[in-house]
Design a protein around this ligand. Sequence first.
Ligand SMILES: Cc1cc2nc3c(=O)[nH]c(=O)nc-3n(C[C@H](O)[C@H](O)[C@H](O)COP(=O)(O)OP(=O)(O)OC[C@H]3O[C@@H](n4cnc5c(N)ncnc54)[C@H](O)[C@@H]3O)c2cc1C
Length: 509
Amino acid sequence: MGCDNKYNNAGVSNVSKLDLVIAGGGSAGWMAAAMLVKLLGPQLNITLVESSEIATVGVGEATIPPIRTFNQVLGIDEAEFLRATGGTIKLGIEFNHWNGPHSNYLHAFGSIGRDQGFASFHHYWHRARAEGLAEDFWHYSLNARAARAGKFAPLSHIANTPLDGLHYAYHFDAGRYAKLLQGYCLAAGVRHVDRVIEQVLLDPDNGHIQALQLADGATLTGDFFIDCSGARSLLLGDALGVGFDDYRQWLPCDRAIALPSERLAKVQPFTRSSANAGGWCWQIPLQHRTGNGIVYSADSLSDDQALVLLQQQLTGPALGEAKLIRFKVGRRRQQWHKNCVALGLASGFLEPLESTSLHLVQSAITRLVKLFPRQTINARDVQEFNRQAQTEFESVRDFIILHYHLNGRSEPFWQACQTMAVPERITQRVALFKASGRLFIEPNELFTEPAWQQVMLGQGIMPESYHTLADGLSAQQLAGFMRDLDTLYDRALNSLPSHEDYLRSQAKV
Ligand SMILES: Cc1cc2nc3c(=O)[nH]c(=O)nc-3n(C[C@H](O)[C@H](O)[C@H](O)COP(=O)(O)OP(=O)(O)OC[C@H]3O[C@@H](n4cnc5c(N)ncnc54)[C@H](O)[C@@H]3O)c2cc1C
C-alpha cells in the first residue's frame, strides 16, 4: 500500500500524486476526506482507515452557521442533507437558568438591530430602553423572534432594507452525516479500509510518520497523515508525542451522558441549554428523535445524580440506553507536527456548550487546504497553521468560559466558576462592556459582537453607560428608529412559515 514518503525526496515530480492517509472515520475523518477529495482530488490518493470495532463518539448534533458553507462547497443539496440526516434548523441557543433559577435568554445567530456608523446598535438600544422607548434587546433580533415563534424559511435579507435576514445552522444526526459524507467520498475515489491500527511507524531519520501498521499485519504507508482517531490521538499525541494543554481550570466539566428521546411534539428551531446544580443539559430537536445530554463535572455530581437530572428534563420516552462519555477539555500544543495534522477530538476538545467542535474541524480543514504542502513541508507553513489554530481555539474557549464565569447561580460548582481567575481577554471585555457598553472583537474571531453582547446581557451585565453618539438623535428620532425596526421585523416574521412546515416542504418529515 502506498509508496516511499515523497516529502523526504528532494526531487518529487510535479505529476506524482501524494498519498494521504486519514486515520479515523468519525465526523472529523469523513469531513476531511470529503473536502480534500473535492478540492485536491487530482493531487492526492486518499485512504481513510477506521475500525468498525472502535465506536465513534456519535454525538455532535448541533452546529453553527458556517457548516452551510462546508456543505455548499461539497455541493450537498440542503433538502437532501436535511432528509438524510434527520436535520432541523438552528437559529441559536436558548440558555435557561444560567443566571439564576428562572433566567432565560437566547444566543441568537446573526446581527441585532442596525449599527449606526461608529456605534453599534446596542448603544442606541441602551438609551432607548432607559427612556422607555424600546423592548428588550432580543426584540431587535430577527433570529431570536423567529426562534421564539418557531418560524423559518431561508431569508438572506429583509426585502428593500439593509437589514440582515436569518442566519442559521443545523441540528442533525452526526452518525448519519458521517454516512452521507462517506458515500460522497467513496463515489469520489477515496479508498476506505476497515482495520484496527495497531502501531504507528516512524522514520528513524526524521521522525516523520512512515506508515500505519494494521491488525492483519499490512502496513499503510503515506506521505502525509491526518489524525482523526478521536480523543486518544493515536498519531499526533501517542506516536509523535505532542503534549496537551489542559483547560480544566476554566472549564470544569469532564463528563457527559447522552440519552435520546422521542421527537418533540413541536420541533423548535433552536438548541436548549439548561443549567443545573453541577453542569447543564442540552436538548437538540431532530426530525426523528430528540438529542439530550448532560455535561457535568465528576467532582460535583455522581454519574447517578447526573442521570437523574438528565431524565428529569426529557420531554418524551427515552430511546435506548444512556451513554456515558468521559472527556478532557484542552488542546494539543501543535495541531500540525512533522507530516501529521490532527483534526477533531485528536487535536483537542472544547465542551459542546456553543456547538463548536465540528466547526473547528471545518476551519482546520480550510486552513490545511490553504497551507497544503506541495513538494516539501515548509516549517513556516506549519508554524502559521499552528499559530492560527491556537488563536482560534483560544478565542472560542474564552467565549465558552464567559458563560460559566458570568453565571448567577448559588451552588458551590457555580460559585467556584464566578470567582475563578479567567483569561485576561474575558476580564478586559466584561469590564469595558460594563462601564461603557463598548466591545471590541478581534478580526477573524468566530463569535461576533452581538454574540458576546447577548451572553453578557443575558447573564446580568448591564452597561452603566452608552456611547455619546446615541445622544445625537432626538427622543422622537430614537423612538422612530426603534419602531421602524420593529415594523420591519414584524413584517419579515409574518411572511415566514412555521419551522415544521418548512421541514415538511424540504425534508418530508
Ligand atoms: C458530549 C459531547 C457532545 C458533543 N456535542 C457536539 C455538538 O453538539 N456539536 C459539535 O459540533 N460537536 C459536538 N461534539 C464533538 C463531536 O462529537 C466531535 O468533535 C466529532 O464527532 C468529531 O469526532 P472525531 O471524528 O474526532 O472522533 P470520533 O468520533 O471518536 O472518531 C474516531 C475514529 O477513529 C477510529 N479509530 C480510533 N482508534 C482506532 C484504531 N486504533 N484503529 C482504527 N480506527 C481507530 C474510530 O473507529 C473512529 O472512526 C460533542 C462531543 C461530546 C463528547
